[in-house]
Design a binder for this molecule. Structure first.
Ligand code: PLP
Length: 435
């Protein structure tokens, strides 16, 4: 196979091509690689295949839709399945979210949400609200807005000119006080107060359009909000007329042991971004959800018969994505997958935390069906030890995400107890071998 023509995304191209991992098929919990090996998918692909691979209902829905209507524009035109998809998503969205703006990815959801925030404030005459606040270690995709509000230094530093008028709060990882916590950590709610301090000392509250936060930071290594932290952020935003955006691209669709982190963590944002599990990864799609208040403000401010929000993608509400989304939501509901995730959470938690005490295990963090196992960094450099462990697990037939020194686990919600046991015993074995 000639690998030369491909510039791989988010990959070390040259070293990968020297030792490639090539997937040729997938079914249920397993990938098949080009040598015919079965690999247990402990990360749901890239946190997206929540209903497992090769689900027939989803595939059939997409196939049938392709035969019926492959594509039609959605700019001042429409198709039935687009409206149906919006209705279905609103039905299962947290209370208070009435309108859906479709995108094609989590990155597009991030940038769309920032633009909605600006348009909303402008519509109310608050045109001075132009700043955004993100967080260190936050990940909101790779477009300009998302990269700018994102807080993973490595993702930012090659691009010298990101959006101006962006500030970042500190992250909430505090292994010293919260190490090996199960669920939401006890300490650190006070870090939310940094938001209020900062907007008074460095900004003026009336210049801030929105704060964007992942309820659980996934890509930086499963970092959970301390108990009470999100509520304090919510209260500060409300007090100062700042919109709160939750990026639920990973946490949506059952990952945290309930439908949305908004519900499992009990704090409601003004704007909710999602993607990934929305179509089970079968067709790219993302969405931004808002309440009627935001929608009406933007729409009512425009003069009649003009485009109220000059934004949208050629593939917004793509018919195949809509078909995949409706079928995926049917599968989640009919197979009770969010309930299953909640039921399996204690088993998953226990299996992950059984590795406490294994050499070089620095921290274990978890909620629902997601866990991060952070290792001590070796003298070889950041990520080297975890990289070796990940490679050993791959050789043993288990795939998980690697981010810095953290191995992240987010299996499809169809995972069973034996597979959970295998995932963490393979990890324990690999760590011991690398040590
Ligand atoms: N936001 C969050 C929280 C994510 O985890 C991701 C992807 O991992 C994104 C946004 C970007 O999504 P995409 O890769 O679909 O653009």
């Amino acid at each position: 196979m000639n690998l030369d023509a491909m510039w791989m995304p988010f990959s070390a191209n040259e070293s990968f091509k020297a030792n490639p991992r090539i997937i040729t098929a997938a079914q249920g919990m397993y990938f098949t690689d080009n040598t015919g090996r079965q690999i247990l998918d402990a990360s749901a692909g890239l946190w997206c295949v929540n209903a497992g691979h090769g689900n027939e209902r989803i595939i059939n829905a997409v196939t049938e839709q392709a035969k019926k209507l492959d594509y039609a524009p959605f700019f001042n035109m429409s198709h039935d399945i687009g409206f149906k998809a919006a209705e279905r998503l609103v039905e299962m969205a947290p209370k208070g979210f009435d309108k859906v703006f479709f995108t094609n990815s989590g990155s597009e959801s991030a940038d769309t949400s920032l633009k909605i925030a600006l348009a909303y404030h402008a519509a109310r005459g608050e045109t001075g609200r132009i700043k955004f606040i993100g967080r260190e270690k936050g990940y909101h995709g790779v477009n300009f807005g998302g990269t700018s509000v994102g807080g993973i230094g490595f993702n930012r530093k090659a691009f010298n000119h990101l959006l101006p008028f962006v500030d970042h709060l500190r992250h909430t990882l505090d292994i010293e006080r919260n190490g090996f916590t199960k669920g939401l950590p006890a300490y650190g709610a006070e870090w939310a107060d940094e938001l209020e301090n900062r907007i008074f000392t460095l900004h003026d509250p009336k210049t801030i359009a929105a704060v964007i936060i992942e309820p659980m930071a996934g890509s930086a290594g499963v970092i959970l909000p301390p108990q009470g932290y999100l509520q304090r952020i919510r209260d500060i935003c409300t007090k100062h007329g700042i919109l709160l955006i939750f990026d639920e691209v990973i946490t949506g669709f059952g990952r945290t042991g309930g439908d949305w982190a908004t519900n499992t963590m009990g704090v409601t944002p003004d704007i909710l971004n999602c993607a990934k599990g929305i179509t089970n990864g079968v067709v790219p799609m993302g969405a931004v959800l808002v309440g009627n208040g935001i929608y009406n403000t933007v729409v009512d401010a425009a003069s009649e018969k003009t485009i109220e929000f000059a934004h949208g993608y050629t593939y917004s509400a793509h018919p195949l994505a809509c078909a995949a989304m409706i079928a995926t939501l049917d599968v989640y509901r009919d197979e009770g997958l969010f309930e299953r995730a909640a039921q399996l959470s204690p088993v998953f938690e226990q299996a992950a935390h059984s590795l406490q005490g294994t050499p070089f295990v620095k921290d274990i963090r978890n909620i629902g069906l997601v866990a991060g196992v952070e290792l001590e960094t070796s003298s070889a450099g950041l990520g080297k030890r975890a990289g070796l462990v990940q490679q050993k697990c791959w050789e043993a037939g288990v795939l998980m995400r690697l981010t810095g020194e953290t191995l992240a686990f987010s299996p499809p919600l169809i995972v069973n107890e034996a597979e959970i046991e295998r995932i963490f015993s393979t990890l324990g074995q690999a760590i011991t071998e690398v040590a």
